[in-house]
Ligand binder design. Structure first.
Ligand SMILES: CC(=O)SCCNC(=O)CCNC(=O)[C@H](O)C(C)(C)COP(=O)(O)OP(=O)(O)OC[C@H]1O[C@@H](n2cnc3c(N)ncnc32)[C@H](O)[C@@H]1OP(=O)(O)O
Ligand SMILES: CC(=O)C(=O)O
Length: 532
């Protein structure tokens, strides 16, 4: 069966740049454009040339993308000709294969936000599109607030869409700018527009203010839209745009769409989607959403024992797609919600082979559940889980024994003004029967303890030389004076592996120390340090 082509238009670098807390540098923009090109989107909207120096410079650099590089702008101002509008001329002169112009299509906006007549706005649309087509650009018009506009004054909203199409726009994009439209309304309105603006040149641009941007985009496709605008990881103004990392797998993997439509993203590119999504978050310096559909670290993570048992028999029992088709992984987590199936799977993953009938498994499972009841959380602390399991099986040597530790935090007046706070720690350990005492100063008590503990571990010192902490998280589990503290510490070494350990105690320093010693022991095991 011949499938119809759907065109993917990425607005990460334009609408995504309107996300609170996101601020792309020129280098960021170049890197993101390359990511998008490798992914296989059809259009990369680079920004608004003339609006700010970064965007202007971005459009001035030599172009290497295969995707159609698109400049964004607004329709010309009323009362000026297109040739006399410096903003519009800046967009038309930018190096781009396409121009996308935002145009008002809600009468209320025309009169109240622009302050011009309805006819003047139509004239702006016509002249802007004509000027862009004359400049040799593939031209598209983002009909801003189209759905709200259609509900308020369908004739006028349609007149805007027709003005764009009749003046030569290749795409007329219907925008749910405020994100307040439901999928049923989108399907109904797109269907009606497709009847009066025929030619398969409708697009959709949906915002996520009701969490419906993806659903609205899919509804629009079913009703006749053939271009979808969206952004990586759902970036965009307010709650964001339709999330391309959700839309792309849906379009490619769900027969409802993949039987009828094709997109420019290859199966290989789809298999790189999870790492692309995480690399993008890394680039904009924000934590990845572990719960993101398809690409989140938890998208295929199962805690429930009943689910894990079935997944081990056949993953299709609880997975709607194969995780590796989007470059993601199945994880069966060990927790108080799981049984032996979770445990065996997790043990295999951390390299511990054990027979299902081994009685030590029952003891280990009971211990995991008892510890989780105390506040430990092994699903996010895989290194501590590996140690707990290997200890239960007698596979962890006592590399060192902690005899005691002491931490002191003092604050004193600085003679030069202000206050100075100093943390000092002393740690006593025994290695091979030899007592070792170390002391260190740190920027806080945990830092001082970490430095003291790693200062001298006798003959194990060379094995931990590259060890360093990369993250430290504290969670208070019960409020009030009986509070229990859970500390998660992330560590790394020269090999590039990152591991997380957990400590739990009513005392935050004590909990931290437990997580620190687990991290050291994990590193010694990983480095095959000889047993004492
Ligand atoms: C729905 C969307 O996401 S649309 C994209 C929105 N994105 C952005 O605005 C980011 C980039 N924008 C900018 O950097 C600036 O707004 C600029 C450079 C474009 C314009 O800056 P300024 O000239 O200082 O105008 P300002 O930002 O204060 O206001 C926007 C102007 O554009 C006008 N305008 C808005 N939309 C349109 C349109 N579709 N067609 C014509 N004019 C428009 C407004 O009426 C307003 O003009 P006014 O103050 O004379 O009424
Ligand atoms: C054009 C655009 O970003 C919007 O209408 O939401």
């Amino acid at each position: 069966m011949n499938r119809e082509r759907l065109y993917l238009f990425d607005t990460t670098l334009r609408d995504g740049a309107q996300t609170a807390g996101v601020d792309f540098t020129l280098d960021d923009k170049i890197a993101v454009a390359q990511m998008l090109d490798r992914l296989g989107v059809d259009y990369v909207e680079g920004g608004y040339p003339g609006a700010n120096p970064t965007d202007t410079e971005f459009f001035a650099r030599p172009r290497t993308e295969k995707a159609t590089f698109t400049a964004f702008g607004m329709t010309k101002r009323a009362g000026r000709s297109a040739a006399n509008d410096p903003g519009l001329q800046g967009v038309l002169q930018a190096q781009a294969g396409a121009c996308c112009f935002v145009a008002k299509s809600w009468d209320f906006h025309v009169t109240n936000a622009l302050g011009v007549t309805l006819e003047e706005n139509l004239e702006s649309i016509r002249e802007t599109v004509a000027a862009s087509v004359a400049a040799g650009r593939e031209t598209m018009v983002d009909c801003e607030h189209f759905f709200d506009g259609y509900k308020a004054n369908p004739d006028y909203a349609l007149a805007c869409a027709r003005a764009a199409r009749d003046a030569g726009a290749r795409w007329v994009v219907l925008c749910d700018t405020n994100g307040g439209t439901t999928p049923e309304e989108v399907a109904d309105i797109v269907g009606r527009v497709a009847e009066v603006v025929p030619g398969k040149n409708l697009g959709v641009h949906a915002h996520d203010d009701m969490g419906l941007a993806v659903a609205n985009s899919l509804a629009a496709v079913k009703a006749g839209a053939r271009q979808i605008q969206g952004a990586l990881n759902g970036l965009g103004e307010r709650c964001g745009n339709a999330n391309l990392t959700t839309l792309i797998p849906t379009l490619k993997l769900k027969p409802d769409f993949s039987d009828r439509f094709e997109v420019g993203v290859s199966d290989e590119a789809l298999a790189g989607l999870s790492s692309l999504s995480r690399a993008f978050d890394e680039l904009i310096n924000r934590p990845s959403n572990r719960y993101a559909p398809y690409v989140g670290a938890n998208a295929f993570a199962t805690k429930a024992g009943i689910h894990a048992s079935a997944i081990l028999k056949d993953p299709r029992t609880y997975e709607h797609i194969a995780p590796d088709s989007v470059g993601n992984h199945r994880r069966l987590l060990v927790s108080d919600q799981g049984g032996k199936s979770n445990l065996l799977s997790e043990l295999a993953r951390v390299g511990v082979e054990v027979d299902k009938s081994d009685p030590r498994l029952d003891r280990l499972l009971a211990e995991v559940k008892a510890r989780e009841a105390q506040g430990y959380a092994y699903e996010g602390a895989e290194a501590s889980f590996a140690l707990l399991a290997k200890r239960a099986l007698g596979r962890v040597p006592d590399f060192f024994t902690v005899e005691s530790f002491r931490v002191m935090v003092s604050r004193r007046r600085d003679p030069l003004g202000g206050q100075i706070t100093v943390s000092e720690a002393v740690v006593k350990v025994t290695v091979d029967g030899e007592p070792l005492i170390t002391a260190a100063e740190g920027i806080g008590p945990v830092n001082a303890l970490d430095l003291a503990l790693r200062k001298d571990l006798g003959r194990y010192q060379p094995f931990i030389a590259q060890l360093r902490l990369t993250d430290y998280k504290v969670r208070i589990l019960n409020g009030g004076t009986d509070a229990i503290t859970r500390v998660l510490i992330e560590s790394t070494d020269g090999d590039g592996e990152v591991w997380t350990t957990v400590g739990v105690s009513p005392n935050v320093v004590d909990a931290s120390f437990e997580a620190l010693t687990d991290s050291l022991t994990y590193k010694l095991l990983k480095a095959n340090a000889p047993a004492p």
